[in-house]
Design a binder for this molecule. Structure first.
Ligand SMILES: [Zn+2]
Length: 327
């Protein structure tokens, strides 16, 4: 007890760095990228200052610039030229993501390429798979959508993805995709499951970015309610049992308690710092109300402290640059 125990003794400027428990390194960062089949020049995303939709032809150079800054992994989201009820643009061999993966492979082969496996950017109704009538009206149908996810995942693997990341929160999606990948000879391709994904208001800017708003209903019949912690843990546990290689909690910052529980499952855990988290920090910083760099680094350290091994963040490129400046 005081005065023998003085906590401030460990906080002197020379001692503090020696006792640091958590840091963020470039190896922790995954940069999400939007690839748009309909554009020929990068287009800024209004609600996400500093982020762009990239044309397919330019994506190799974007990945290369990130690689040169030290970012070692990208997560690809595609915006197709056309949408239909069956999401055929999501699994065709020359789909926007498939083209992007091949181009990144050609330009910077060392980059770890992760692809988002879902249908919501490709369906004309904007839901994450096949929809049909239920007693509560039209809704996402679970089992018919699994086959669609299998096709998407295998086509991404065929184009060279290292990791496929199913994000649709369908029951059984991980086991189903694992079997499909193995049957197609892609047993080396990892599955990073969006295993605990909440129906969050923080996805708003992403929907502008990816054009994935929906024409009816919402996603609360497949994504998690923010009120439920046990259910959130069970979702990740089941995906672990189905063979996920990496689990994920999304969003990150409002769900650090969940992240810390999911980390106890023993598998690597990714945290997705989502578009709304990015937009909030950007907007407050633009007003001069908070300091951007300090806030971003604090947010990422918090996510690491809670148990994340990887952080998917729109700040990845900036953070990699800042880490260089610190050294
Ligand atoms: Zn989706």
């Amino acid at each position: 007890m005081f005065p023998q125990r003085r906590m401030r003794r460990s906080r002197s400027r020379n001692i503090q760095p020696l006792l640091c428990e958590f840091t963020v390194s470039k190896n922790d960062l995954v940069a999400p990228l939007f690839v748009d089949e309909k554009i020929t020049a990068p287009r800024p995303i209004e609600s996400m200052p500093g982020q762009f939709r990239h044309p397919v032809g330019g994506i190799g150079a974007v990945a290369k610039a990130l690689w040169e800054r030290g970012v070692r992994a990208v997560l690809i989201f595609g915006i197709p030229g056309a949408k239909d009820p069956h999401a055929s643009g999501a699994w065709c061999a020359d789909g926007v993501v498939q083209q992007a993966v091949r181009l990144i492979r050609a330009d910077v082969n060392e980059m770890t390429v992760i692809t988002d496996v879902c249908a919501c950017e490709y369906t004309d109704h904007g839901h994450c798979g096949i929809v049909g009538d239920t007693r509560n009206g039209p809704d996402l149908l679970n089992d018919p959508s699994l086959e669609l996810m299998n096709r998407i995942a295998v086509s991404h693997a065929e184009s060279g993805a290292d990791i496929v990341a199913p994000s649709c929160m369908l029951d059984g999606m991980v086991g189903s995709i694992r079997s499909a990948l193995d049957n197609a000879g892609f047993e080396h391709v990892l599955i990073m499951s969006y295993s605990t994904k909440f129906a969050s208001a923080l996805y708003g800017p992403f929907r502008e970015a990816a054009g994935s708003g929906f024409t009816f209903g919402d996603r609360t019949t497949y994504q998690l309610p923010c009120s439920n912690s046990r259910e959130a843990f069970l979702e990740s546990q089941m995906d672990a049992d189905e063979g996920a290689d990496i689990l994920m909690v999304k969003p990150a910052g409002f769900y650090l308690d969940i992240l810390s529980r999911v980390a106890t499952l023993g598998l690597p855990v990714a945290a997705f710092q989502v578009s709304g988290e990015y937009a909030m920090i950007k907007a407050a910083a633009e007003h001069g109300w908070i300091k951007e760099r300090e806030t971003v680094l604090e947010s990422l350290i918090s996510i690491k402290r809670a148990g994340a091994d990887l952080i998917i963040t729109y700040f990845a490129g900036d953070v990699a640059g800042w880490l260089d400046e610190k050294q």
